[in-house]
Design a binder for this molecule. Sequence first.
Ligand SMILES: Cc1cc2nc3c(=O)[nH]c(=O)nc-3n(C[C@H](O)[C@H](O)[C@H](O)COP(=O)(O)OP(=O)(O)OC[C@H]3O[C@@H](n4cnc5c(N)ncnc54)[C@H](O)[C@@H]3O)c2cc1C
Length: 466
Amino acid sequence: MKKYDFVVLGAGIAGLAFAKKISEKGSSILMLEKEKQIGGLSRTIKHNGFYLDFCAHRFHTKNEELLKEITSLPNLKLYKHTKRSRIYMFNKYLKYPFEIQNLLAAMPPHKSVLSGTSFLMNSIKKKFKKPRIISYKDWFVYFYGKQLYNVMCYPYTSKIWHMDPGKISVDWADQRFPKEGLRRLIKKIIKKIITLDFSSYKLEDDELAPDGGMFYYPLRGIQELSDSLARVSIKNRAEILCSTEITGISTKDKIIYYTLNKKKYSAKYDKLISTIPLHDFYKLQDRKDPKVESSLKKLGYMDIIFVYLFLDRKNVSKDSWLYFPDKNIIFNRAVEFSNWSPKMCPEGKTSICFDITTYEGDKIWNMSDDKLSEKTISDAKRINYIDKKDKVSSYVFRLKNAYPVYDLDYKKKLNAIVKFLESDSLFLLGRTGIFRYNNLDNSVEMGFKLAENFIEGKDPKSIYEY
Ligand SMILES: Cc1cc2nc3c(=O)[nH]c(=O)nc-3n(C[C@H](O)[C@H](O)[C@H](O)COP(=O)(O)OP(=O)(O)OC[C@H]3O[C@@H](n4cnc5c(N)ncnc54)[C@H](O)[C@@H]3O)c2cc1C
């Protein structure tokens, strides 16, 4: 039986980043991936000459060292883009990230006065009293006031998560939105409202806003980044096997069992790194505990459906993203790939990814592909996003375990699970593996960090801040 220093479950971007770093130091590594291709959530499907990401996958980071390492990967060229996006509200397409002064100008006048006053009052009030912030709703109201919460936060957030923002943990916001940028942005907004200046701020100020700013993207989908990390590892003799089925893990003997092309295999490991869903990892390894099982039952990932539309024209808009908070529109976002790179679509054609968050087995998940496409096309035409005369073909893809769901006591449940699953030879890693709302740069960072900790002999668990 072959023995490896490291066996990694899952070849998503976190596992690939780990493999790159650790293989550079000469460690032996085996990666087992269940899909036909590597990349996980950061993969790109090829369909009839189109390159299709799972919705969008921009690369952006504030970590200069990480950016340097990524942009110097061999045979990977990343192009710099400025995020252009809008949100469909009040039957208009408004700039996104929100510019509150513009949003107030677009609202019906009575709502605008109410929201503007509430925003300013809130800014004064919060100087004197800091409330207890537990949920995403508390967080949003603290920064923007109750009235803007009703307009800016509730409709879109509750649509995506099928949940009231008051029931989503504040960690979701804390992990995504740097507070310092937000504070600076809010100061600018206050100044604009007080001086009745409704003009746009400079595009670079988008950097301060949640989800705003510039980003990097390759020519043919985010897969290029995953492939580039994999190439370095393979050159360093890492073995990456796709279409494998892991059948069991003996934690005492440190042996993993898997099948590939209907043949059974086993391998010995010194350390095992799991980037696969917590529930699947628990089932595969051989230790059991009813309390952990009960926590796992109450912790879940959200699934997603992508409806891709293909049109015989160069593009339908100039946006990288569009957001749709209206519950009567089936999709949450639209991403037009021809605006990301000219190589994403055959010449003269465009493709758009519409995402629909859902759970396996619910009404939307069970809709036929034809019905999902029909509803997506009719909604997109109704709001004049695509032309009524446009001839459209479609492709539907269902993806499980896309988003870790942070309910109010997720952390307590997660801590118990992680404590049970991790040991001196078992480690959890990445967005799916550690149930952390990572962007792809965070997953790469985590993969690099875990490898560095092993290399430097530090406590590998110290990278998980709970
Ligand atoms: C719709 C959407 C849009 C996003 N957009 C962006 C964006 O624009 N920018 C950004 O920075 N981030 C974005 N993200 C986040 C980004 O995709 C993730 O942070 C990143 O890809 C996570 O990588 P990972 O390796 O941690 O996890 P994963 O990609 O989930 O990796 C886990 C791997 O394990 C494999 N696996 C699962 N079960 C098994 C099993 N039993 N056996 C073997 N293998 C298994 C999976 O196939 C997968 O390859 C987006 C995510 C989604 C869902």
